[in-house]
Design a protein around this ligand. Structure first.
Ligand SMILES: O=C(O)/C=C/C(=O)CC(=O)CC(=O)O
Ligand code: CA
Ligand code: MG
Length: 436
């Protein structure tokens, strides 16, 4: 178990009242993001605390930080957190420790901190970093098995799956923050019954529930990242929706894998939940079934095996036009968990860099769709509706094979453990707009 300290103490309360018992952002979380304050102005780095956002640059200008924490706050005061991510774990942890003191009940600095707070509901959140590259993995083994079965009934899990963390290079330019509209893509589709492909709006639009991983300090081109150092290169985690047009995907993916079926939009939750905040929620790499190969040595590290995986509960909710009209709440369509990932975040980092590919601060990874093995835990509609053959029935009377225009998909995530404050990720939302 990675070390916990006073910043994790569940008894620590904040003078920001809304933070105490907050379902997402108690004082034990302190996630990092980029926001525009209510009065407008340049985007800047901030920290979520209860229903408020603390302006890091303003707090730095007020002289509230010293040493490594001051370096971190300064690096976080611009319109993107790449410079902060580049500093790595030491300064980020120092910033966290100081913020935890400043925001704790009884802090003598309260009068100097309070003017740096903005009501979060009045702020606009942006992408936390300039994303140089975005890579999407396939580490959800139940997802890989379920979808593989639909694309290749006789051969669901390809023979490489348990040896190599499979991934593909995604498209960084179309990553958007939670709340940005999602346009249904046009593209080539060729349903099984049709002789020739046609061009038009995707009829099988889907979501993919994923854990997002933000890179911290990178590696020079040609120099791999050893597995023992890979975990410390991660700046934080978010939720990621890898919107997927299944009809376009099924036609285009052979032999090079996903292309336009997934490059039209990817939504991320705007808060970066730090490895420090998640320290109490690390677990051993889930045991592999009898007969599975051991990871190759470049993917094998004792500490990573012991505490490299994450215990985070993930949820998918759907809000349709029919539910909205009837005043019904979003319906939960899946509850999943990061223990279903076959590879740890550190293994994904070490693998990505093993051939010398240089990773850079602000690069984004998707874990791959996180599905569980049973009904109600599937991270995509492709799985939940068996490719559309077993539609979902909603309390509004609507049925869904895939997403319709006007549907909103909401992801939420929480890390929970007895004796610790629960850590929320905030939301990752997107509403489908008609194809252009
Ligand atoms: O070829 C397949 O079996 C499926 C590939 C994908 O859907 C790629 C992907 O986004 C993987 C994931 O999110 O787990
Ligand atoms: Ca994906
Ligand atoms: Mg995508």
């Amino acid at each position: 178990m990675p070390k916990t300290d006073a910043t994790h103490d569940a008894r620590r309360r904040s003078w920001v009242d809304s933070a105490n018992g907050h379902p997402e952002f108690p004082i034990q979380n302190l996630p990092l993001g980029v926001f525009v304050p209510p009065e407008g102005g340049a985007p800047r780095g901030g920290v979520a605390i209860g229903d408020f956002i603390l302006d890091l640059g303003a707090a730095h200008a007020a002289g509230l930080f010293a040493g490594a924490a001051a370096r971190a706050a300064e690096a976080a005061s611009g319109p993107a957190l790449n410079d902060l991510f580049a500093l790595g774990a030491g300064p980020r942890a120092a910033l966290r420790a100081r913020l935890s003191e400043l925001l704790a009940l009884g802090s003598p600095e309260r009068p100097r901190v309070e003017p740096c707070l903005h009501r979060a509901a009045d702020c606009t959140l942006q992408l936390p970093a300039r994303i140089g590259d975005y890579t999407d993995f396939y580490a959800g083994i139940h997802h890989a098995t379920n979808t593989g079965r639909q694309l290749r009934p006789d051969n669901p899990l390809l023979p490489n799956y348990k040896h190599v963390p499979v991934g593909y290079h995604g498209r960084a330019s179309s990553v958007v923050p939670s709340g940005a509209p999602v346009r249904r893509p046009n593209g080539q589709r060729k349903p099984a019954g049709e002789a020739a492909p046609s061009f038009g709006p995707s009829r099988n639009l889907d979501y993919e529930l994923e854990l997002g991983i933000w890179m911290g300090p990178g590696n020079p081109l040609g120099e791999p990242i050893p597995i023992a150092e890979a975990g410390a290169r991660i700046a934080g985690f978010c939720l990621l929706n890898d919107w997927s047009a299944r009809d376009i995907q099924a036609w285009e993916y052979q032999p090079l894998g996903p292309f336009l079926a997934k490059s039209f939009c990817t939504t991320v939750s705007p808060w970066v939940v730090t490895p420090e905040a998640l320290a109490p929620f690390r677990i051993a790499q889930p045991p592999r079934p009898e007969g599975d190969p051991a990871p190759l040595p470049y993917l094998l590290d004792a500490a990573d095996q012991r505490e490299g995986a994450l215990a985070v509960e993930l949820e998918v909710l759907l809000l349709t036009p029919g539910l909205r009209e009837k005043g019904l709440p979003p319906q939960r369509v899946a509850l999943s968990h990061t223990r279903h990932l076959y590879w740890t975040p550190a293994q994904l980092v070490a693998h990505h860099a093993c051939g010398g590919c240089n990773l850079r601060p602000g690069d984004l990874f998707g874990s791959g769709t996180v599905s569980g093995p049973e009904e109600g835990s599937f991270g995509s509609l492709l799985e939940a509706t068996r490719g559309g053959r077993k539609p979902l029935r909603l309390p509004s009377g609507e049925i869904r094979r895939f997403l319709e225009d006007g549907d909103e998909v909401i992801f939420r995530a929480h890390a929970r453990r007895e004796g610790f404050a629960s850590i929320g990720f905030g939301e990752c939302r997107g509403t489908i707009r008609p194809a252009p």
